[in-house]
Ligand binder design. Structure first.
Ligand code: AKB
Length: 312
């Protein structure tokens, strides 16, 4: 990887991924882009461009201007926002992706495309969800993710585009907040534990979902992108996970550090039904075998690190 264009750079993943890539490959080698500009280190530490991924010609322009060899495509609407605005989600999530894949096809670029546990649905086996299984999601976000996975597979087989991806679980981080996701509670709970010692969770206390701490997610992207293409069995997306936890598990772990922390539950029916349609735990053995994926952080280490790093 020498020159990388990152879309959606100011989001939860992009804010940390861009900085790590710049440390590894040099500031000028990572072209950050987003639909908006913020005053922060992503914008200030290297090239930054305004980019609306629904405009394919803009992607071509930037890829040519900076002579990139890779696109890491993060710009997308998350699950709860996509349920609120399904047509907009389709336009952004699918329109953006096909534009990126077209640029990759014509210019011969490598592409990273994130999928999600949202690509599964109520008929998918819930425990140790296999790499290859039933994918019939009931949400617009899930439909976008499955279609996106298939599109990556198509561009790989039909046009030899070097497309790669992972199915991210809920991501926990302290640099940039997630926005509009079903798993946002797993981030908010840490902030509220420190700010107010109290949190009202919108997901039921016993709902179990896969989660991952951001440093593991960032390492996974870089490791996958650096893997010899011959080793990759799957071009749609790899299951990856670090822990399988309920809101109650997270709250109990936080209480070890903040004993007066109190959590109550007011379930939001829309986000709860999305969460209920997702797996309890993923089987990530294909990622381990093919490219050596291994998460470093479990619930204990993640909780300690989050509480130590959050600035309130
Ligand atoms: C969301 O909740 O929408 C995302 C995801 C699991 O894809 N965090």
């Amino acid at each position: 990887m020498k020159k990388i264009l990152v879309t959606g750079s100011l989001g939860q993943i992009g804010s940390e991924l861009v900085m790590k890539l710049r440390r590894e490959y040099g500031n000028d080698h990572i072209i950050a882009s987003d639909i908006r500009r913020l005053e922060n280190e992503v914008v200030e530490s290297g090239p930054f461009e305004i980019l609306d991924v629904t405009d394919g010609s803009e992607i071509f322009k930037l890829a040519n201007k900076f002579e990139v060899d890779t696109i890491i495509h993060l710009a997308a609407l998350l699950s709860a926002s996509a349920e609120a605005k399904p047509q907009m989600a389709w336009n952004l999530n699918m329109g953006g992706l096909i534009n990126v894949l077209e640029a990759a096809r014509v210019l011969g670029l490598k592409v990273f495309v994130p999928s999600s546990i949202g690509a599964f649905g109520a008929e998918t086996p819930k425990h140790k969800t296999p790499q290859v299984t039933i994918q019939r999601p009931s949400t617009m976000y899930g439909i976008n993710k499955v279609a996106g996975e298939l599109l990556c597979d198509y561009y790989f087989h039909r046009y030899a585009v070097d497309a790669r991806g992972v199915r991210f679980p809920g991501l926990v981080s302290y640099v940039a907040p997630p926005g509009g996701g079903t798993t946002d509670y797993a981030v908010e709970i840490f902030y509220e534990a420190l700010r107010k010692k109290r949190y009202t969770c919108f997901i039921h206390q016993k709902t179990c979902l896969d989660m991952m701490y951001m440093p593991d997610a960032i390492n996974a992207v870089i490791q996958l992108m650096e893997t010899d293409p011959e080793k990759l069995t799957f071009r749609n997306s790899y299951n990856i996970t670090a822990m399988s936890v309920t809101p109650e598990n997270i709250a109990n772990e936080i209480k070890k550090h903040v004993p007066s922390f109190v959590v109550d539950y007011q379930v939001d029916p829309v986000r709860q039904s999305i969460a209920d349609s997702w797996p309890d735990s993923l089987d990530d053995s294909a990622a381990r075998q093919d490219w050596g994926f291994k998460a470093e952080f479990g619930l204990e280490d993640m909780t300690e690190d989050m509480l130590g790093k959050i600035n309130i």
